[in-house]
Design a protein around this ligand. Sequence first.
Ligand SMILES: Nc1ncnc2c1ncn2[C@@H]1O[C@H](COP(=O)(O)OP(=O)(O)OP(=O)(O)O)[C@@H](O)[C@H]1O
Length: 324
Amino acid sequence: MIEVRDLRMTYRAPIRDAGLKAALRTLVHRRYQDVKAVDDITFDIQAGEVVGFIGPNGAGKTTTMKILSGILHPTEGTVSVLGHVPWQRKTTFLRRIALVRGSQPIGGPVELTVLDSLRYQQLLYDVSAKDFRDNLEELTDLLELAKLLPRQVRALSLGERMRAGLAMTLLYKPDVLFLDEPTIGLDVSAAAIVRRFLKSYAERTGATILLTSHYMGDVQSLCPRLILIDKGSLQYDGPIDALAAKLAPYKLIRVSAPDAKPDQVPQVGEVVEKDGTTWVIRVARDEVAHATTRLLNELPIVDLAVEEPPLENVIDRVYREGVA
Ligand SMILES: Nc1ncnc2c1ncn2[C@@H]1O[C@H](COP(=O)(O)OP(=O)(O)OP(=O)(O)O)[C@@H](O)[C@H]1O
């Protein structure tokens, strides 16, 4: 469905010294600096997969998304999406894909009402009257749009714009969806509506989705697979569950022992959390069996659980220290 081979993108960014004089000088003599945004990325995505595409700020996620959706022409490499070269921008390709950007969910005229924007989209994408009625009914229901339909786009809040933007995009049922930070800036409940909607949309339609987000809640609830990039290079591509095992060399043991004395807890690892008589202890992965046995033998334990470290912590560590 999506094939990316040896993808590279270098921007030529204009630069100049500070000050008015320097600004005037650039009118006759421009200087540029090369910025490597994507540096040799290769991956495949199969039909129906929902993949989280993550990385720190400036990693190259948006650039890759723009190339895959046909907005940018890469410097090097080959890409095939639905059998098309995206930047050729054939109508048959554009009608089957969509790029939704959380920072700018609606691209059309802001004077139109939401319903008129949807009708405009119907014309642009040649959606039949029946499909329009059916899809609109379904999207209105799932995205809680009824009250928004008669309102002007310009007067919508960011969360409302996102919901309306998703409806406009999904009205023509694209097979491939590129979502660039779909919950950015949304409050907890608006983000939850968007997440719930995307999950059910993916399950019902079997759409292929590539999603970037800085909120691990998004990727954890939606994406069984993660692709992690940093400074334009691929760092990890695999199941989300295996990421912690590969990248975090420890597990957490949560023990609850109401009758234990505070100094009775054996030194099996670093205590990272303490709440009354419950301790969370960080233990090296290959020490877990030994540590658990000691805890069970030496403490009056009522509950013990071995947990993977939270995804946030793993990702934060990877962003700060890189992949070993
Ligand atoms: N039009 C452009 N001209 C020059 N450099 C650019 C341009 N767009 C992006 N860049 C640079 O390319 C690099 C990758 O940017 P990109 O927006 O793809 O990163 P990102 O992973 O989406 O980041 P974020 O999480 O902050 O949105 C950055 O160093 C950025 O400054």
